[in-house]
Design a protein around this ligand. Structure first.
Ligand code: SI3
Length: 320
């Protein structure tokens, strides 16, 4: 499908609806020989909506191996997610960050043309911006290519090495980027996150947290939602945690967070990353996610057996 062929009008997912709640960080399904596998995305959308109660997706990010894909592959994936998400998902956010500014701009224009409900950009991480002004200038040059599309900054310093504080970045951001809508905050610095929310308000911008094992801490400082890999297969359980927090039933919310943490603590000790996420999603959902792209390597059979046994052993409160 070329952008001109699309049957999805721009921003047609749920126009104007604020991005909040859970957003699954999309895994990129691959065939056994390592090609992107668009054929299972329809099934993937239905699984998220029906089985995980998750209606927002973040495409081509870290979990989606976006930076390991070609521009053509990223466009094909974006188109398929928008096509399959139409009338089923509330938001399809496309990560368009790249090391090359023209490539990032091309992806932003493409996302706008196919009707994505938002775009996100990470900081370039080979030649890095050294201060807030350099980073904002880069983001602005991408955002301005999609002037009608909500823009999110994707803050993930453990992977980019760009540690510019978001609190600083947000100061005056709308004057430079009128479409600025929020931050996907994938860092453990809750002081920075809390200051962002305190100064800007979670009504003005959306703050989506990205460290799933400590989401409850981020909820306490006022995030609007979360983007993460585990919402692919623990979305329903995490939603119950959000509900308990909102009620408020803090003890119940803690129980969910502790159990999610117990699983993640276990797999992190075994070695946990995108390849292992693909394996876990495959055995939980039954949808083949395939291998990761090199340099990542497949999860071992031992990891899969142990992770499955651990997940099966967890007794969830109010199991539905
Ligand atoms: C470094 C990393 O991959 N972080 C994940 C988390 O969801 C992470 O897998 C989870 O907290 C388990 O550690 C997300 O923040 C990444 C993400 O949202 C994305 O794929 O764009």
């Amino acid at each position: 499908m070329s952008p001109s062929d699309t049957s999805t009008s721009p921003n047609s997912m749920t126009p104007g609806k604020k991005l909040e709640g859970l957003v699954a960080a999309a895994i990129t399904p691959m065939t056994p020989d390592g090609q992107i596998n668009l054929s299972v995305i329809r099934q993937y959308v239905d699984y998220l909506v029906r089985e995980q109660n998750v209606k927002n997706i973040f495409v081509n990010g870290t979990t989606g191996e976006g930076l390991s894909l070609s521009i053509q592959e990223r466009k094909q994936l974006a188109e398929e997610w928008v096509r399959q998400g139409k009338d089923k998902l509330d938001h399809v956010i496309i990560h368009v960050g790249a090391l090359s500014l023209p490539e990032s701009q091309d992806l932003a224009r493409h996302a706008a043309a196919i009707g994505a409900s938002g775009i996100a950009v990470i900081a370039p991480f080979f030649f890095k911006p050294t201060n807030k002004d350099e980073l904002v200038a880069f983001l602005q040059k991408v955002a301005s290519e999609a002037p009608g599309v909500p823009f999110y900054y994707y803050h993930i310093p453990p992977l980019t090495g760009v540690k510019i504080r978001v609190e600083e970045l947000l100061d005056g951001i709308r004057e430079q980027i009128p479409t600025f809508q929020g931050v996907k905050f994938s860092d453990t610095d809750l002081l920075d996150l809390a200051q962002c929310i305190n100064k800007n308000g979670s009504e003005q911008f959306a703050f989506l947290y990205g460290v799933d094992e400590q989401l409850l801490g981020a909820l306490a400082v006022g995030v609007n939602g979360a983007v993460g890999s585990t919402y692919n297969y623990l979305g329903r359980k995490t939603k119950l945690m959000l509900q308990a927090f909102a009620k408020p039933d803090l003890a119940l919310a803690q129980k969910y967070q502790f159990l999610i943490g117990e699983f993640l603590n276990f797999v992190i000790k075994l070695g946990f990353g995108v390849a292992q996420t693909k394996a876990v999603m495959t055995f939980v959902s039954g949808i083949p996610m395939g291998p990761p792209r090199p340099p990542l390597v497949n999860a071992s059979e031992e990891f899969i057996a142990k992770a499955k046994a651990k997940l099966d052993s967890i007794v969830w409160p109010n199991s539905d």
